[in-house]
Design a protein around this ligand. Structure first.
Ligand code: SF4
Length: 293
């Protein structure tokens, strides 16, 4: 029986922004006192459950008295003004864990708006990071663009736009957006706000999908960057699976002759990668594991 080959992408597990948020949350939880988060601190249900088991509370479930004694953690993907000015303003302390790369994108949107440039935010409409960028654009916000369909429906009379990207958008969609404006004679000012770590993962997903017979994307379906990895790999390798739970491995019909590429979203706990490799060893006795060349 042939060996199953498993090829791991270089960038797996947490990105730097999520690692930073988790480290800060763990430090706060160890320091004692009620620690709470707004909604999801990060997009991974398993990791959120682990932090809850360490004592992380939900702001919504705290009494006013408890909130007055609590430290509230703001999520890595940004917070909105109503959140910051709302109930949590009654907290003892607020710890803003927004990733510096997300804040840089927000600064770009704010600079465009201050300069009087109409701002187009390219991002998933309900995502909190997109709302964070929209807030920075303020009254200069022209439109949020999430898809090619949004572009097709876009009507604008402005001759110049500032384009800001949610950090987890793809390079390919950025090119489509730029081309759309340029083909209509609309001047575009932009700064690259796509996250380098996300781009590396998208590149790896594409490269591995070309040489593997099966692609496993590890992460949570609530994570925008994880869904994008599924889209990138799935456009090349038709046997691409989003794996949220290692227990699902047995249902995928994997074969010992498969070459299995493994990539992960940026909120995927590192231990999940080991669990997946162990799970693959249960599917096939002979498994060789290599790192992406
Ligand atoms: S994906 Fe990039 S921008 Fe988003 S939290 Fe991670 S490092 Fe920051």
């Amino acid at each position: 029986m042939p060996d199953m080959r498993v090829v791991l992408a270089h960038d797996l597990g947490y990105c730097s922004g999520i690692r930073r948020a988790i480290d800060a949350a763990e430090t706060a939880l160890r320091s004692g006192g009620p620690i709470a988060a707004t909604d999801t601190l990060l997009h991974n249900a398993g990791e959120m459950n682990r932090l809850r088991s360490m004592g992380l509370r939900s702001v919504e479930l705290l009494s006013d008295e408890e909130l007055g004694a609590a430290t509230v953690l703001l999520p890595a993907h940004g917070s909105t003004l109503p959140e910051r000015l709302g109930r949590i303003s009654g907290a003892r302390a607020v710890l803003d864990l927004t990733c510096p790369i997300v804040n840089r994108a927000r600064d770009v949107a704010g600079r465009f708006a201050d300069a009087g440039v109409s701002v187009v935010v390219v991002g998933d409409k309900e995502h909190r990071e997109t709302r964070y960028l929209m807030e920075a654009a303020g009254r200069q916000l022209l439109r949020v663009v999430a898809s090619e369909q949004d572009l097709d429906m876009l009507e604008t009379s402005v001759s110049r736009v500032g384009v800001v990207y949610q950090t987890t958008q793809s390079r390919e969609f950025r090119q489509q957006v730029l081309e759309w404006f340029r083909s209509r004679g609309i001047e575009v000012v932009e700064e690259m706000t796509l996250c380098p770590e996300v781009l590396r993962r998208q590149d790896a997903a594409g490269a591995l999908a070309r040489r593997c017979t099966v692609m496993l994307v590890l992460g949570d379906s609530s994570s925008a960057n994880t869904r994008r990895l599924v889209a990138v790999a799935g456009s090349i390798c038709h046997k691409t699976y989003l794996l949220q739970d290692v227990a699902e491995l047995g249902d995928l019909g994997l074969d010992c002759g498969d070459i299995v590429g493994v990539v992960s979203g940026t909120s995927c706990p590192p231990m999940v990668i080991d669990q997946v490799v162990e799970g693959l060893r249960r599917v096939c006795a002979d498994v060789s594991v290599e790192l992406e060349a």
